[in-house]
Design a protein around this ligand. Structure first.
Ligand SMILES: NC(=O)c1ccc[n+]([C@@H]2O[C@H](COP(=O)([O-])OP(=O)(O)OC[C@H]3O[C@@H](n4cnc5c(N)ncnc54)[C@H](O)[C@@H]3O)[C@@H](O)[C@H]2O)c1
Length: 294
């Protein structure tokens, strides 16, 4: 049974995941080696009697039933964390990575807890977005998956368990496909970032909040979709590299909200994140009401 949860990494995702579990009655330990240098406003906002902040790795992990890893998306950093976990954790502890892109088999290869390791891919803001993608290996016991699914459902989440272990899972593959085309349109001067964002948030995104692409295709008519995909697929970007419009900004320290500038300028980055979180909460609650009316 999962009682004690340790979240590794108190960044954007780790803080939100820790808050989610704490608000649903779990004992949560949040570990980060750079606890002192983290954004004070975010840490204050996350402060809760059920979250213990720690920068002592051994203490943070030895009694945990579930360890959620939310450290940076670098294979060597993640693998190093797992190697440090191996001698310390309880024999039955479950390890869940919040990776956005790595296949589980790559993360878990040759670890002593390979069979007890899964992916739980939360979405930002983790407290409010209902979806969590879950990935196991063929050797993962159904009991482990069921235990984590029950916990997530108890926390109000809608877990989707993938049939196969694939890099990027479902959501990030779809999102990356959209981003490739969005950057292509931007870089070719078809529209600026605001225009492209408006097309998504005022059009496609509103629809997708209610129905996924296959239901939308059914509603539009598959005869039409046969034409749309047939005519447009040859026109779409086929780039297999990260887009210049992202590489150049990231290379010059324009990292988005966290540095004050990305595709847009941010005078108050933490406020922008808080606003997204608040609006997401309201949107999810509104959609829940709509679902109940159906
Ligand atoms: N940001 C997102 O929208 C998002 C969404 C879904 C999944 N993810 C994934 O979640 C993970 C974390 O992403 P993030 O956006 O929260 O990153 P982040 O950079 O905001 O936070 C990472 C945190 O990990 C800490 N850290 C660094 N090395 C560590 C170590 N060895 N042990 C413990 N903590 C360590 C850092 O100090 C930092 O506080 C990544 O795998 C990322 O791909 C991110």
């Amino acid at each position: 049974m999962i009682t004690a949860i340790t979240v590794l990494g108190a960044g954007t995702m780790g803080l939100g995941i820790a808050q989610l579990f704490a608000e649903h009655g779990c004992q949560v330990t949040l570990y980060d080696p750079k606890l002192q240098s983290l954004n004070e406003r975010s840490l204050d906002a996350a402060a809760s009697p059920s979250i213990v902040f720690m920068s002592d790795f051994e203490k943070a992990v030895t009694t945990a039933d579930l360890i959620v890893e939310a450290v940076p998306e670098q294979l060597d950093v993640k693998r190093d964390v797992y190697a440090r976990l191996e001698p310390l954790i309880k024999p039955q502890a479950i390890i869940a990575s919040n990776t956005s892109t790595f296949a589980l088999r790559e993360l878990a290869a040759n670890l002593s807890f390979e069979d007890r390791m899964i992916v739980t891919h939360f979405f930002n803001p983790a407290k409010h977005v209902p979806l969590v993608e879950i990935v196991g290996l063929p050797s993962t016991s159904p009991a482990i998956l069921n235990e984590v699914i029950s916990l997530l459902q108890h926390c109000g989440k809608s877990p989707v368990v993938l049939n196969k272990d694939i890099p990027g899972f479902i959501a990030n593959r779809l999102q990356a496909a959209l981003m490739r085309e969005a950057c292509y349109l931007l870089e070719n001067g078809v529209a600026d970032a605001r225009q492209i964002d408006t097309v998504v948030s005022d059009g496609l995104g509103l629809r997708w909040a209610l129905k996924g692409p296959f239901e939308i295709a059914d509603l539009g008519g598959l005869d039409i979709w046969a034409k749309v995909t047939g005519h447009l697929f040859p026109e779409l970007s086929r780039s297999s590299e990260a887009p210049q419009s992202i590489l150049e900004r990231a290379g010059s320290g324009e990292l988005g909200v966290k540095s004050g500038r990305g595709f847009y300028e941010y005078e108050d980055g933490p406020h922008a994140s808080e606003q997204l979180s608040d609006r997401m909460k309201q949107l999810v609650s509104f959609r829940t009401k709509l679902d109940q009316e159906d």
